[in-house]
Design a protein. Structure first.
Length: 568
C-alpha cells in the first residue's frame, strides 16, 4: 500500500474544494486501482481516474475493470483512439493476444474457444480382455452414455457394456444378444457349422431416452452367415434382445439380406450384410421409437455368378420399430414386411453412414451418405411408419469426389424446432489420394421442394500421414465460440487415425460453425499403437456439452476428453 498525494491543480477536473479536499489531502490506495472519489464526479463511462504506477497522483485513463491493460470494449467502444479493447473486462484471463490455454475460455478474444489446445488428462483407464473387434458408443439425453466392446474369445463373440460417468465406468454387463434358433436352417443345412450357436459381429446400435434399437451381422452358426439380426432393449439394462421370443415380430427369424443366395453355400465376398450403420429417432405423436438400418452388400445378381461379385454392390436398408406385445415384452419389427430394400448402388468401399435428426414432425428424418466411386451419394429419408417403404419421399443428392473411400456424417442439433430453418449437415470423407475433406451442407425444405445445398467448398483437413481407419465426425451445440460472438456457438469435431514412418497418431480438428473455421492446428490425441478409436458427446441439463474420445491400447480402454472446461 502506497500513500498518494493528489495535486488538485493538475489532476482534478473540479475544484478540490468541491470534492472536499485540501491541496495536499492524503489517502492510501494500490497503484493501478481507481481513485473512486474523483471518479464519482465524472460524467462519462469510459474515462476513469486510477492511481499512477509511480504512486504520484491520479491519472485519467480508459476504464479497465480487470486491470489487464486493455480498456473495456463495452464502455469504450466509441473512443476512436483506443486500440485493442478488452472483450471481457471482468477477468484478466481474456484479452487480445493472450496465449490460448486449455480452460474453456476464449483467452485471446478472437471469439473461438481453446483453439489448438487439448487437455492431457486421462479420464478413464479400464483393462480389457484380449480379442477386441469393435467398440460402439450411444448416448441419449441425461442418461450416462453406453459403451459396448465386442470381442472374440476364440469360440464366440462376447459384447460387454459399460455406462460412462464423469470419471468412472459402472461395473460391466454382458450386452445380451438373445437370439432364436432358426429351425429352417437346421432342416436345409446339414453341416456341423450351421447347427452351432449363433455368433454375431459388426454391431450397430442407437438410443432414444432409455430405448435401444440395434442390428448385428451373424458371423456363423445356426442363424446363417451374413444374415442380419435386429432387436430392441433398454439403455439402463444394457440389454439388446434379438427377438428371442417375439412371435409378433416380422423380423423374428432375421433379415434375409440377399434371398437369392443359399445360406449353405455362401462364401467369399458373398456373405450377405457387412458394415451396418444405424440412426434412431424418438417418439413423436403416435410414432413409437424407430431407426433406420443400412448396410453394404453384394447385389443378388452378382452373387448368382458363383459368388464372383464383380464389383456390383448395393446399399440396403430397413426401418425398425421398438414395439411392445400384449404381455409387455419388447420386440423389434420392420418396414416393408421385414424385407430389406435397396437404397442405391455403391462400390466395394461403399460403407454407409447415418445421422438421425428431428426438429419438427415434418422435418424429422435420416441423413445417409456412402461412397460411390467419383462421388458421395446423399440421401434424406423422412420419418416413416410401419406401412411405408423407407424410400418413400426420399431425397437424393451428391458430392463430387476423387475416388471416395470412406465417409462419416453428422447433423446440427437445433435448440428449437423451426421448420423454416434448414438443417445443418456435414460430411467428412477420404479420397483415393488420402486427402481428408469436410463438406458442410444444408437441407432446405418447404411444403413442395427439398434440396441439399453446399454451404462452402469442401475443406481439406491437414493430415500428416496415411489414414488407417474411416474418419469420425460429431457435432456439439456449444463450446466452440464465446458468448460475445454472433451466431452459433457450436461446431464439428473430425477425428482420424493416421500412420507415417511406421508410427500411428490419433488426431482431431475442431471446426467452428461460425465462419466454418478450423480452430488451430490438428490436435495430437495419442501416439503409438492405437486401435478402435471412438468419439461421443456427453450432455446434461444446464451444463455445457463435453466432447470425449477414446481408443484401445495394449488391451486397455482409454477415455479422455477434448472439452477443456474444468467444471466438466
Amino acid at each position: 500500500m502506497r500513500t498518494l498525494f493528489i495535486a488538485c491543480a493538475s489532476a482534478c477536473l473540479l475544484s478540490c474544494s468541491a470534492l472536499g479536499l485540501d491541496d495536499y489531502d492524503v489517502f492510501e490506495c494500490d497503484p493501478g486501482q481507481r481513485c473512486e472519489l474523483l471518479n464519482a464526479a465524472l460524467d462519462g463511462e469510459c474515462l476513469q481516474y486510477t492511481c499512477s504506477p509511480s504512486g504520484r497522483g491520479c491519472e485519467l485513463t480508459a476504464y479497465d475493470g480487470d486491470y489487464d491493460g486493455h480498456p473495456s470494449r463495452v464502455l469504450c467502444a466509441d473512443e476512436p483512439d483506443i486500440a485493442e479493447l478488452d472483450c471481457d473486462d471482468e477477468t484478466n484471463r481474456r484479452y487480445p493476444d493472450l496465449a490460448e490455454t486449455c480452460d474453456g475460455l476464449d483467452n485471446d478474444c478472437n471469439t473461438f474457444i481453446d483453439e489448438g489446445v487439448v487437455p492431457e488428462e486421462l479420464v478413464i483407464d479400464e483393462e480389457l480382455e484380449e480379442g477386441t473387434e469393435q467398440i460402439s458408443v450411444v448416448s441419449s439425453g441425461d442418461l450416462p452414455p453406453l459403451l459396448a466392446v465386442t470381442r472374440f474369445d476364440g469360440a464366440s463373440h462376447i459384447t460387454q457394456s459399460w455406462r460412462v460417468h464423469e470419471r468412472t465406468l459402472e461395473d460391466p454387463k454382458l450386452l445380451a444378444f438373445n437370439s432364436v434358433d432358426d429351425d429352417r436352417l437346421t432342416e436345409v443345412c446339414s453341416s456341423e457349422e450351421h447347427s452351432a450357436p449363433c455368433r454375431i459381429k459388426q454391431l450397430a446400435i442407437g438410443a432414444s431416452n432409455d430405448t435401444l434399437l440395434g442390428v448385428a451381422v451373424q458371423r456363423s452358426g445356426q442363424c446363417g452367415e451374413g444374415q442380419l439380426r435386429a432387436g430392441t432393449g433398454t439403455l439402463s439394462d444394457a440389454l439388446l434382445d434379438l427377438n428371442a421370443s417375439a412371435t409378433d415380430s416380422n423380423v423374428r427369424f432375421g433379415i434375409d439380406v440377399d434371398p437369392m443366395q443359399d445360406y449353405c453355400t455362401r462364401s467369399g465376398e458373398c456373405v450377405g450384410a457387412e458394415n451396418p450403420a444405424l440412426g434412431m429417432l424418438g417418439r413423436a405423436g403416435e410414432h413409437v421409437e424407430q431407426a433406420l438400418a443400412a448396410w453394404h452388400a453384394p447385389s443378388a445378381s452378382a452373387c448368382e455368378e458363383a459368388c464372383a461379385c464383380p464389383g456390383a454392390f448395393q446399399i440396403m436398408g430397413l426401418g425398425l420399430f421398438a414395439d411392445v406385445d400384449d404381455d409387455d415384452r419388447r420386440y423389434a419389427s420392420g418396414t416393408h414386411a421385414g424385407h430389406a430394400e435397396p437404397i442405391g448402388n455403391g462400390d466395394a468401399t461403399g460403407v454407409p453412414a447415418i445421422a438421425a435428426f428431428e426438429s419438427s414432425e415434418r422435418d424429422s428424418g435420416y441423413f445417409l451418405a456412402y461412397p460411390a466411386g467419383d462421388r458421395i451419394e446423399l440421401r434424406f429419408i423422412p420419418r416413416f411408419d410401419q406401412r411405408d417403404t423407407i424410400t418413400k419421399g426420399a431425397l437424393e443428392g451428391r458430392i463430387d469426389a476423387d475416388d471416395a473411400l470412406h465417409v462419416a456424417v453428422s447433423e446440427r442439433l437445433f435448440a428449437a424446432a423451426d421448420p423454416a430453418e434448414p438443417h445443418g449437415l456435414a460430411v467428412a470423407f477420404v479420397e483415393a489420394d488420402n486427402a481428408l475433406r469436410f463438406a458442410p451442407l444444408s437441407l432446405d425444405r418447404d411444403e413442395r421442394n427439398a434440396a441439399f445445398t453446399a454451404l462452402a467448398e469442401p475443406l481439406q483437413l491437414p493430415t500428416q500421414g496415411n489414414l488407417v481407419t474411416r474418419p469420425l465426425l460429431l457435432y456439439a451445440p456449444d463450446g466452440f465460440t464465446a458468448d460475445d460472438a454472433s451466431g452459433s456457438h457450436g461446431g464439428w469435431l473430425v477425428l482420424w487415425l493416421e500412420e507415417a514412418a511406421g508410427m500411428q497418431t490419433l488426431r482431431a480438428v475442431r471446426i467452428a460453425e461460425a465462419e466454418l473455421r478450423v480452430l488451430g492446428e490438428p490436435l495430437e490425441l495419442a501416439r503409438g499403437p492405437v486401435g478402435y478409436p471412438f468419439v461421443f458427446l456427453k450432455q446434461a441439463s444446464g451444463k455445457p456439452s463435453v466432447l470425449r474420445y477414446g481408443f484401445v491400447r495394449d488391451d486397455t480402454l482409454r477415455v479422455s476428453r477434448i472439452t477443456c472446461d474444468p467444471d466438466n
